[in-house]
Design a protein around this ligand. Structure first.
Ligand code: NAD
Length: 341
């Protein structure tokens, strides 16, 4: 089996999780990570024998601190078949020059939007569109969560339109960026939010309206969706479709799943790296059907949900492995669940 050499540029919330997921794949080698700040995360990465590459201008600082580096960011790019760019929104597009210069493929994250992006991919839907591309984007956590949830119903029954109301976490747990502390912020005040348009980069002709409110929490988003199906089907069929959908986990209230804090506690009991919840967590008892309309509520662990998508897009861009085989490998290696908890 050919081994894909992967470099990760940006070792924050998403980059550290994607690097960890790459280390768990049988057909990938993590060449290393590019990091700007010489902090405890760098020290712990080195303890895990992850190679760390830094900007040339800061090499002396790292050496002064006794942190062993493996080279410059350019060295990492040169040694990799593909680069996952997980730098803050907007930086990835600027970094593209580096990847282009080295002739390397690149995967950008949800914060990047621009003409340089050749395709936006949610593997369940359009894995094959990443083939032969040099610059591909994995969309944001909210978009990925919406697409995954709508896709099964659209594929199996047909979807006429979607209204989605997003209750957003305002910052990640480790963020210093702030957010509303004792307030909720209409984000935007004047709808729609950008999420619907982003969903249409994958589900192109979907009629979808989204809007959002930011809340003073850090651990998850909650989406409340109203989905108009092309025909009315019984609730049990909706449950069956969602229970069959990859990376969607239905959780019953009877098992004590009511709050986002229950979802976070679940993540600890699953004993996954970084307490990741890779799945959409759909509250089983929230599913309500009425004359072709489906209502449901789901929680999205914003720090983790795009991790399996990045892994699959690496395979889509660098191999001829088909979508199902890639997603099977990813899901097994990351212990991803589906069905009813
Ligand atoms: P983050 O701020 O947690 O991490 C970014 C890291 O990149 C930081 O460690 C920063 O020091 C580093 N960095 C900045 N410039 C760099 C450079 N030139 N070279 C190397 N490293 C550099 O950001 P994040 O939350 O991981 O977000 C990364 C991307 O993922 C963004 O596009 C974001 O929109 C997207 N995304 C974030 C989330 C989330 O909830 N955090 C979810 C889905 C997608």
């Amino acid at each position: 089996m050919p081994i894909i050499k992967v470099g990760v540029v940006g070792f924050g919330t998403i980059g550290s999780r994607v690097a960890d997921a790459v280390l768990r794949q049988p057909d990938m080698k993590l060449v290393g990570v590019a990091k700007v700040t010489p902090d405890y995360k760098a020290k712990l990465a080195l303890e895990r024998e992850i190679n760390v590459f830094v900007p040339e201008s800061s090499m002396d600082r790292w050496e002064e601190l006794g942190l062993k580096i493996s080279g410059t960011v350019e060295d990492l790019i040169d040694s990799s078949d593909i680069v996952i760019d997980a730098t803050p929104g907007g930086v990835g597009l600027k970094n593209l020059e580096l990847y282009k210069k080295a002739g390397r493929k690149a995967i950008l994250q949800g914060g990047e939007r621009g003409e340089a992006v050749e395709a936006t991919i949610v593997p369940q839907v359009n894995y094959h569109e990443a083939r032969g591309k040099m610059v591909v984007r994995v969309p944001s956590c909210n978009t990925t969560g919406l697409v995954r949830c709508i896709w099964g119903l659209r594929r199996e029954v047909g979807v006429e339109r979607v209204f989605a109301f997003l209750v957003r976490r305002s910052a990640d747990p480790a963020d210093k960026k702030g957010g509303p502390l004792d307030s909720m912020e209409l984000n935007p005040v004047r709808p729609p939010s950008h999420h619907g348009e982003d969903v249409r980069t994958v589900l192109r002709d979907l009629s979808i309206f989204t809007t959002a409110v930011k809340t003073p929490v850090t651990h998850a988003h909650v989406h409340m969706l109203l989905i108009k199906l092309s025909k009315a089907i019984p609730r049990r069929d909706v449950v069956d479709i969602l229970a069959e959908e990859r990376r969607v986990l239905l959780v019953p209230e009877s098992l004590g799943m009511r709050r986002t804090s229950d979802v976070f506690e679940l993540s600890r009991h699953l004993k996954r790296p970084f307490n990741n919840i890779y799945e959409n967590i759909v509250w089983l008892d929230s599913i309500h059907c009425d004359e072709g309309w489906v209502y449901l509520a789901q929680a999205i662990h914003q720090e983790a949900i795009v991790v399996p998508e990045n892994v699959d897009v690496i395979r889509a861009m660098c191999t001829d492995v088909d979508a199902e085989s890639s997603m099977n490998t990813t899901d097994i290696r990351l212990g991803i669940r589906k069905g009813i908890l």
